[in-house]
Design a protein around this ligand. Sequence first.
Ligand code: 8X3
Length: 283
Amino acid sequence: MTTVRESQESAVQQSSVQKSPVQQSSSSSARGAVVSGATTGIGRATALEMARRGWRVYAVGRRAERLEQLQAQGVEEDVPGLLIPCALDVTDADAVARLAERVTEDGGADTLVNIAGGARGTDAVGDGDLEQWEWMYRVNVLGTLTMCKAFLPMLRAHGEGTVLNLTSTAAVTAYEGGGGYNAAKMGQHGLTGALRLEEAEHNVRVIEVLPGMVHTEEFSLMRLGGDQAAADKVYAGVEKPLTAEDVAEVCVHAVELPHHVNLDQIVLRPVAQAAQHKVIRKG
Ligand code: 8X3
């Protein structure tokens, strides 16, 4: 099995063959970010957009081959930044700690973008599946916690650190069939609020992005147990649900604002979803 370090070293070596990190970065002082959930959807789009804007991005996700495809896309587009594949599970504290060591050795990062997460199931609370609820709590809440614990010392030491946590409109509005996901996202939302209060004195900015309906390749598919027809139905007739790229643009805008400006909570939805319970469907 490839370790995180081996995978990163191999990634950096591969990059070096095609183009050295310094050549790929806009400058040796390019900002560094660790972005989780980078294998797919919003995380992937955010990592790519940051590299397009010159960031040195540690792209974190569980599926190495997808991260390598992302890196290859960056090279093909000749992005000014750098995409470094880091294959690991954000709930694996040892692997995350090794990643933080490696990023420190590379010169550090000033921004942590926690996008790894997801939903499993749409059961009513009365029928809640314990395994699915545990999975959602582990990935959304404990994964964010694990990443924050590992990287906060680096962000504080930088002097102008940023944490961006991607939660959801489900973090502030409950809906039928959403109980497990609501509980997990509300947990992550609570963690994010406490973190903002605790880290202000260290000049670490904490941003929360709360998207509503986003049509991505995997979100609904995973939630609905791989049933593609059911997943397609979620977006049926909805004119222009948000895309991963829409959300990525908002995330990158927020972290690129001057550091003293904190967009502390950003709620974004498609126009067709005026509220969690009010979705306009045509046809
Ligand atoms: C996903 C938004 O509306 O499916 O984070 O809960 S929703």
